[in-house]
Design a protein around this ligand. Structure first.
Ligand code: PLP
Length: 391
């Protein structure tokens, strides 16, 4: 098996069209502050079906800008999922606010309005939701809760490009939505991100904040080089090179979503007869997942088998990952700062300790999925019959 062609967990999909788009920017003279970012922002709005977009250097930058813009800081609490990427919580830490971790739903890995409501205090200022593995959170009750308590909603959409709830794209429910174009995400610009908001005034303020706080863009300057700085800012801009790549990638998103959905459905069918392996999934008819990855949770007598299965899959050339490897409150920085009680956040802990993310993406065929599933079943069967890892 080890001499089969490797199947990486993920691989960026770069075409000749992408290379051409990047080359055209390099052959020109404008590497930043140019038309590519503007067009990318417009085309992203069209793809989402609404919102105002501000291109930025990463999803983490977009999240940081959101908290800075909404004035969330020391003394404020922000609800965050325990089951997420560290970036979701780091953004809260950087503005000096306090993250309040909430456990996720076991089936979808997402926060629910009822779990959030139990964690609210008079100091709560915002709710950060993460649409886990491409499954949109059930947003209407969360929006309702936020409105009743006067809270901001920051959506971390890093792994949810293409995900919709009741036909509306994620990022268009809350006050801000943040996307990532890191290489293994749905589409890439190398590094990069998009800040999205339904409010034009928020978008223009965040656009200034991302560019040193200057009061006018290059095209708005009547005297070249002349500008003022009325407020503090950062440099979180995206370059023209990245934006050109992003525009080219974005055009292929419909194909990406179709292929991911079809491979995911194949996994779901093939793994359906394994009673102790459960996929992070949804059957809510109003939810359209963007199928970021296939997160398989081992339960019952398979609960302790994850690392063994990962070793065997990797040894046979099949790449895997773990989304996410630790509940954030258990990561050393957060554990040292806020403490971590054993048994806290049981659902997030189960996903971190008992799941494997199987490969899914444009680099894969139906045959590859068959091979991954066969190997997964074989590793579990070997462990069942006491053959061990065979080393
Ligand atoms: C990848 C990821 C991020 C970070 O994205 P960057 O663009 O690398 O900053 C944030 N949140 C979630 C949920 C992610 O998966």
């Amino acid at each position: 098996m080890s001499d089969s062609v490797p199947i990486p967990f993920a691989r960026p999909w770069i075409t000749d069209g992408d290379r051409q788009a990047v080359l055209e920017v390099l052959n020109g003279h404008i590497l930043t502050h140019g038309p590519q970012c503007k067009s990318f922002e417009q085309e992203f709005t069209e793809f989402l079906g609404g919102g105002h977009c501000v291109s930025v250097s990463s999803c983490m930058a977009a999240l940081h800008l959101a908290y800075l813009h909404f004035g969330i800081g020391p003394g404020d609490e922000v609800i965050v999922p325990a089951q997420t990427h560290a970036a979701t919580v780091h953004a809260v830490e950087w503005v000096g606010a306090t993250p309040v971790f909430v456990d996720c739903d076991s089936r979808t890995g997402n926060l629910t309005a009822s779990a959030i409501s139990l964690a609210l205090t008079p100091r709560t200022k915002a709710i950060s939701v993460v649409h886990f593995a491409g499954i949109a959170c059930d947003m209407p009750p969360i929006v309702d809760l936020a409105q009743r308590h006067g809270l901001r909603i920051i959506e971390d959409c890093a792994i949810a490009l293409g995900a919709r709830h009741q036909g509306r794209h994620v990022a268009l429910f809350g006050d801000a939505g943040c996307f990532s174009f890191y290489p293994v995400k749905h589409m890439t610009t190398g590094e990069g991100g998009m800040f999205v908001t339904r409010h034009e005034a928020v978008a223009s303020a965040v656009a200034r904040l991302r560019a040193f706080g200057v009061d006018r863009t290059h095209s708005e300057r009547t005297v070249p080089g002349m500008y003022d700085v009325p407020s503090l800012g950062l440099n979180y801009r995206m370059s023209e090179i990245q934006a050109a790549l992003g525009r080219s990638q974005l055009r292929r998103m419909p194909d990406v979503l179709t292929q991911r959905a079809s491979l995911f459905n194949q996994y779901r069918t093939l793994l359906g007869d394994l009673p102790q392996v459960r996929l992070i999934d949804t059957d809510a008819p109003e939810s359209r997942s963007s199928h970021y990855c296939v997160s398989a949770v081992f339960e019952g007598e398979y609960a302790g088998r994850r690392n063994d299965v990962v070793t065997k899959l990797n040894a046979s050339g099949i790449g895997t990952s773990i989304y996410y490897p630790q509940p954030v409150p258990r990561m050393t920085y957060y554990r040292n700062k806020y403490g971590f009680l054993p048994g806290a956040y049981p659902q997030a802990t189960r996903i971190s300790d008992q799941s494997v993310a199987l490969p899914l993406g444009m680099h894969m065929t139906e045959k590859d999925v068959n091979r991954v599933v066969a190997m997964l079943k074989q590793s579990l069967a070997e462990a069942d019959s006491g053959k061990g890892p065979g080393r």
